[in-house]
Design a protein around this ligand. Structure first.
Ligand SMILES: [Zn+2]
Length: 173
């Protein structure tokens, strides 16, 4: 709809407002964050039918749709294997803080030992020439943990530890 002449200068007030809300994260996520906060443990969920270990933990198996419970949760290693990575070079509003995350920062796709699925998270390396598929990564935890995903500060790339076999989609050069 076009505006009539004389309506170009619409009176506007701009402001930002907080919009706090609460929602149930479910029993498995509660257990995940409790173990992270209290014991620095990273938990996944293991399907009782097919045995697939999901990380992050899921309430329902993605393969066979079996419902999982807190009793199906298993501890995973804080170490994993890098499957992909990128370096971000532009400002980004961190949804956990509302502030801009300093850049550049690294972001990796990796699989924790004991898990059958991969996850993405911050990594401490920002020079992509120093990273390669198959490098080991290890979780670095906050000292004062609060029970949220920020309790894992980042995954540290262990440059001298490289897995050379069993990596899917490995570059051929
Ligand atoms: Zn399953």
């Amino acid at each position: 709809m076009s505006r009539k002449k004389g309506q170009e200068n619409i009176f506007e007030i701009k402001w930002k407002t907080d919009l706090p809300y609460r929602y149930s994260i479910g029993k498995l996520a509660v257990k995940f964050f409790e173990e992270l906060k209290e014991n620095k443990k990273i938990m996944g969920s293991k399907c009782s039918k097919c045995g697939k270990v999901h990380f992050p933990p899921r309430a329902v198996c993605a393969e066979c749709f079996i419902e999982m419970t807190v009793e199906d949760m298993v501890e995973l290693s804080p170490r994993g294997t890098l499957e992909g990575f990128t370096v971000i070079n532009y400002p980004f509003t961190d949804p956990t803080t509302g502030g801009l995350r300093p850049f550049p920062y690294g972001y990796g796709l990796f699989r924790l030992k004991g898990a059958d699925t991969s996850m993405m998270y911050f990594i401490n390396e920002t020079d992509y020439t120093k990273m390669k598929i198959g490098q080991r990564v290890e979780a670095v935890f906050k000292e004062e943990r609060e029970g949220n995903i920020g309790d894992i500060l980042y995954f540290k790339v262990l440059k001298n530890e490289v897995k050379t076999r069993g990596i899917k989609n490995e570059p051929r050069n």
